[in-house]
Structures are given as C-alpha cells and as structure tokens.
Design a protein around this ligand. Structure first.
Ligand SMILES: CSC[C@H]1O[C@H](OP(=O)(O)O)[C@H](O)[C@@H]1O
Ligand SMILES: Nc1ncnc2[nH]cnc12
Length: 309
C-alpha cells in the first residue's frame, strides 16, 4: 500500500508513534503519505507513514520494518530518530511488547516505564556524537515525565480488565534469544518490572536529538521466571497477546493524540523543555580545532544551523 501513496508531505509533523512487535500499523488509521527518507546514518526501518488524527498529522514508523524483517540488534535506530526529527518530530510515543518480571503486571497490561537498565552488549550504534565531535547528554531519567503524565491521564480509554501501570523499570536486553531463567530471576532481584530488546539505544538517541520520548510497554508474557510448565515465553505467545492487545493500543494512542492536540500541550509536543540540551552537551566539549568536518556535518543534519549559532 505504501508504494501507492504520495512520497511527500508539505506540513511539519511534530508527533511520531513508533510501532514495535505486532504493531506494524495502528488499526483504524489510513496513511496519507509514505516518506522514503535517507539520513547520514542510512535509511530508517521502513518508510515513515503520515496519518491524520483529527486534522493533526502524525508520523508512524514500524521499528522492525513493514514485515518484521529487522531483528532488535539490527534496528537502524540512529536513522529512525534522525529521520523523524528531520520532518519536524519533537515528541515520540514508542510502543514495545515486553515480558513481565512482576506478578502484578499481567499479560495484556500496559506499563509506562520511567527507568531503564541497559543489558545491551555494545554492538548497536548508540550515539550521534562520535568520530570527531563529542557530547554527553543527561540520561538520569531516560523517558519524558510530561509525556508520561499525558499517557497516564488516558488510562480510561482502554477496554477490558487491563491495568495501565504508571511506573516501572524496563530491562533492555540484547537478544534476539530470550533470557535464561537465572537472568530473568536476576533482573527481578535488580528491581526490573518488564523486559524488552528495544528501549535502547532508541531512548538514548531520542535524548541526544532533543526529543520528548516515552515508551508504552504492553506485557505479552511472564518471561521465564515463574517456572511454570508451558508458560515460558515464546514468539507465539508474544504474537497472540499482541494481536489481542492491538485494539487497546489503538484506543490508548487515540486518546493520547487527542490530549496532545490540545493547545495547552503545544510546548510539550514541540519538546521546548529539551531544546538546547544537546547543544550544551556538544558545543563546549570538542574544541573547534579538534572537530572532524564529517562528524560536524552529521550533527548539522540533526540540528540545522548548529555550528552557526
Ligand atoms: C517477538 S518478542 C521480542 C521482541 O518483541 C519486542 O519488540 P518491540 O519492543 O519492538 O515491540 C522486544 O523488544 C523484542 O524486539
Ligand atoms: N520475555 C521477553 N523478553 C524480551 N523481550 C520481550 N518482548 C516480549 N516479551 C519479551
């Protein structure tokens, strides 16, 4: 379908939804354009679809590709975030299918995480600032508390016996294999609430790109810590719960987009509270004589006019 759509869109798009496993589209939304973009970090996972929600354009990007052909460690996260920023996106709602590490987080429940434990192995490119331009952004709170508040306010939009948990620690593992039972128990002892393979480096790159970024996790399994016959996570289990849950994802995202469209939230959507944070982190680190022009050009793609100000 993407190939029959216009490949340009003439208005800035400030809000993006990133869809993950089992959510390569949002049910009920018809794309009006499909943008095939290239960035200095390559092409994004899939064409960026533009959807309309109540007259507001929304970008939708399928993290694992249109047909789930990209493994978690292969997701071109830098291209994804840079491409979204280049079309005007400043706020990102990112969905993720997760394993639950807590009894009270039942499959089908949603979690708005506020912390991450990094268990990736350093094999994924994880920064925009390298190769002759150094930057260190703050990451103490890896998600956006203001966006999280908006999502929490929309809990009532969900149907059925599901809970929206308003906080949680997401353990981001490397994968693509699932965890061992010993690892699963260790993550529980560390205070992990849920586990996925996708929160990083996406959240780090969003912070470097000065975007407001909030992940919404949808529990699909209890990983393997419960040690119950037939209950260890597998792909069929994840897909079954995701199919059952995609309607709720649609209800929740619809309510969140309604809320973000309100005038009161204009500054939040434009991520004014993150504006300039990377500038401070980059500009004063590498002295002009040490900066690599190629690396500077890449930063310029993210932040046009960066070096002139
Ligand atoms: C198919 S289970 C593992 C897979 O599911 C999650 O994907 P996403 O976060 O994109 O929804 C998890 O992170 C793994 O990539
Ligand atoms: N148990 C699990 N571990 C890692 N990623 C997941 N995504 C969904 N369930 C998962």
């Amino acid at each position: 379908m993407a190939s029959e759509l216009p490949t340009t869109f003439d208005r800035p798009v400030h809000i993006a939804v990133i869809g993950g496993t089992g959510l390569s589209r949002i049910p009920g939304y018809t794309p009006v354009a499909a943008l095939d973009l290239t960035t200095p970090w390559g092409k994004p996972s899939s064409p960026i679809l533009i959807l309309e929600h109540g007259g507001v354009p929304i970008a939708f990007l399928s993290r694992h590709g249109a047909h789930h052909e990209i493994a978690p460690h292969e997701v071109p996260a830098r291209a994804n975030i840079a491409a979204l920023r280049s079309i005007g996106v400043r706020s990102v709602i990112a969905f993720s299918a997760v394993g639950s590490l807590r009894e009270e987080i039942k499959p089908m429940d949603f979690v708005i995480p506020d912390q991450i434990i990094d268990r990736t192995k350093g094999i994924r490119p994880f920064t925009f600032f390298e190769g002759g331009v150094v930057g260190h952004v703050g990451f103490a709170d890896p998600f956006d508390a203001k966006l999280a508040q908006v999502v929490e306010k929309c809990a009532a939009a969900m149907k059925g016996d599901v809970t929206l948990h308003s906080e949680g620690v997401v353990v981001c593992m490397e994968g693509p294999q699932f965890s061992t039972r010993a690892e699963s128990n260790m993550y529980r002892s560390w205070g992990g609430s849920v586990i996925n393979m996708s929160a990083l480096p996406e959240a780090k790159l969003a912070r470097e790109a000065e975007l407001a970024y909030q992940m919404i996790c949808m529990a699909t399994d209890y990983d393997c810590w419960r040690n119950t016959e037939g209950e260890d996570v597998d792909v069929a289990m994840v897909m079954k719960y995701m199919a059952a849950n995609s309607e709720n994802a649609k209800h929740l995202v619809g309510a969140v987009l309604d809320e973000l469209a309100k005038n009161d939230n204009t500054d939040l959507v434009l991520a004014k509270h993150w504006e300039g944070s990377a500038q401070g982190a980059v500009k004063f680190m590498t002295k002009p004589e040490g900066r690599n022009p190629e690396a500077m050009k890449k930063v310029e793609f993210l932040f046009p006019g960066f070096w002139n100000e």
